[in-house]
Design a binder for this molecule. Sequence first.
Ligand code: FUB
Length: 359
Amino acid sequence: MKSILYQCRIYSLTLALSTALMACQTQQKSSETDQDSTKALPKPLLTDLYTADPSAHVFEDKIYIYPSHDIETGAKSDEDGGHFGMKDYHILSMDSVGGTVTDHGVALDLKDIPWAGRQLWAPDAAFANGKYYLYFPAKDKQDIFRIGVATSASPSGPFRPEAQPIEGTYSIDPAVFTDDDGQTYLYFGGIWGGQLQRWRSGKYDVKGTEPGKDEAALSPKVGRLTKDLLKLAEPVRDAQILDEAGKPLKVGDHQRRFFEGVWMHKYKGQYYLSYSTGDTHLLAYAVSSSPYGPFTYKGTFMNPVKGWTTHHSIVEFKGKWYLFYHDTELSGKTHLRNVKVREIRHTDEGGLEMIEPYQ
Ligand code: FUB
């Protein structure tokens, strides 16, 4: 009897142990499942190169990405963005979202741009006249940001820069948009380190500041390009962003006002101007029936990512819309960023669906 009791105890113990083991195994499995669901979150497209500010376009049936190439220069972080000391551009491509990403190597080097002094920041690209055009901001030899253009027979470069920056341009973050009628527009601008506040009078003023907090916020600039896409066909004007009541967003409205990183896409006949709010780290958008605006503020579509900067592009590929953006997942450092992509949807009401970057 005693031994039966003993065997029973052993059996119960074994049962308890194996139940515990099973529970433990189940937990491991579900944490694997958790990990699997984390895997569904976008991963950096490249891990052996820091890339940021991705401008994506569909050329020759592939997605081409024109990013900044972040590097460590040892420069101290300052309000002018001196720690973003990029020296060249690499172009990336992929046949499909989720497919292999190809790094095409150096497409343009700072040392080959006759007018440029330092800091190759966020570029963009266009195709026309059988050529590819790369638009890029750089500080000139006087340390003033200008926008330059370079051309190539291939979307991946190498690109040959023009001898001078595009006349009438300044500040940073060019974005080029070709409308259905073939007209191409250049948008650009960025406040603070992007120097837009230094151009308020139309001339460069190193001491230039933003207007007061209750005044109209600075706008990104827009101008139509000439047919050869090498020059502005007209002086640039404000791409104004208004609130629902038709009043310009104010300088103090940091949650909504334009900071940098403008992008243009067209959807169902409407022009979507999207941008970063900078110090509040949001991606926001405004809509108009004209590429010049004025644009009516509609809302935000992505909450802050890891890192101080947020910069994106939106592109349609094979019937779906994609958001290209960056964060600092790989480095944890603001100036060493990595590019990511995820799908973005337009709502039935013509809005952009809100994205939580880590959900
Ligand atoms: O990459 C340098 C600057 O950081 C870009 O020009 C801005 O848009 C911000 O992303």
